[in-house]
Design a protein around this ligand. Structure first.
Ligand SMILES: C[S@@+](CC[C@H](N)C(=O)[O-])C[C@H]1O[C@@H](n2cnc3c(N)ncnc32)[C@H](O)[C@@H]1O
Length: 311
């Protein structure tokens, strides 16, 4: 199986599940030790409608109540979106909450930050103004100071690509800021394909093992994050947020399949020959509108005890 390694190009579907191709960070000058995973903006854009349909809307009311009761509510909201990619979270959430908002979009990839700025949301639910700035940096180095004055922290499709250490850092910063966090669309390791195929399970297991490679948490991230936040005294609500892909999402399904199977083969090269046939058959079924896929995710709302400093 051939997986493209075009940096930032459209052929990086596996990036969706935290299985991105590894490319040198152009700003680093390219030495190996600075290589970071890159995510294709085309892939993030392709998945955006499915993400929007999957998000757990019933976490919004408890979030709105918390925001309405925050200290300093007379001033606008300051929202930090971590691992913003092309800014899909802001485009979804900003028009669903009231009041002037300033979004600080964080990512380590300046190329994606450019797309996030261009496509930034402009108006809140009540028509108030929404502004954005970007901040390039590594979540693993996020200090509690970076979130001082935050009203809300968000992240989407991020937790499962982090390590336990990075989740500790993120949780300490959120709880230190005393603001809520909406951490959405974390992969939880369960995928259902209809009709079934004898290789589904084998590919799924190899994919999950790939997600857990090195120190990455992959499908364990939600439970690890919940434990860390609760240990720090926060309340945590979780809701399922599955992708339900059918005939109307065949392009996304085929790209997802390429990434899912590609990661599985990267993890278990012995699968390659059979996986090639599997991918060809499954892609053809998706193109014909004959395959349905459910990819389970989880959305999490974290409500720390407010601190005096929360915005
Ligand atoms: C799967 S993408 C999700 C992007 C976006 N939130 C969305 O939902 O479309 C993960 C994003 O997190 C960023 N990212 C991953 N690890 C990071 C880290 N340690 N520090 C900063 N950004 C990171 C990647 O560059 C990428 O933009």
């Amino acid at each position: 199986m051939t997986m493209s390694t075009t940096p930032g190009g459209p052929q990086l579907p596996s990036a969706s599940f935290g299985v991105p191709q590894t490319e040198p960070d152009p700003a680093s000058g390219g030495p190996d030790e600075f290589e970071v995973p890159r995510y294709a903006p085309q892939w993030l854009q392709l998945r955006e409608p499915a993400d929007a349909a999957a998000r757990a809307h019933d976490l919004l009311d408890p979030l709105r109540i918390r925001l309405a009761n925050r200290p300093g509510r007379a001033t606008g909201l300051v929202v930090h979106d971590l691992g913003c990619g092309t800014g899909s979270m802001g485009r979804w959430l900003a028009p669903r909450i009231d009041g002037a908002q300033h979004w600080v979009l964080h990512d380590r990839d300046p190329y994606l930050l450019h797309f996030a700025t261009v496509g930034a949301p402009r108006a809140a639910a009540d028509g108030s103004r929404v502004t954005v700035t970007t901040q390039r940096g590594d979540i693993g180095r996020l200090t509690p100071d970076a979130l001082t004055g935050a009203s809300l922290v968000t992240a989407s499709a991020l937790l499962d690509v982090l390590t336990a250490e990075e989740i500790d850092t993120l949780a300490a910063a959120v709880v230190g800021a005393g603001c809520p966090a909406l951490l959405t669309l974390s992969v939880v390791g369960s995928v259902e394909l209809t009709p079934g195929h004898p290789m589904d399970r084998e590919i799924g297991d190899a994919f999950n093992a790939h997600q857990r490679r090195g120190d990455l948490l992959g499908p364990d991230a939600v439970e690890v994050a919940r434990e860390v936040f609760e240990r720090l005294g926060a309340s945590v609500l979780t809701r399922p947020s599955p992708w339900r892909l059918g005939a109307g999402q065949s392009e996304l399904t085929r790209e997802w399949l390429r990434g899912w199977v590609g990661a599985a083969v990267e993890q278990r090269p012995d699968l390659e020959a059979r996986a090639d046939t599997y991918l060809r058959d499954r892609s053809a079924a998706a193109a014909a509108g004959e395959l349905r896929v459910t990819v389970q995710h989880s959305d999490m709302l974290v409500l720390p005890r407010p601190t005096g400093g929360a915005g």
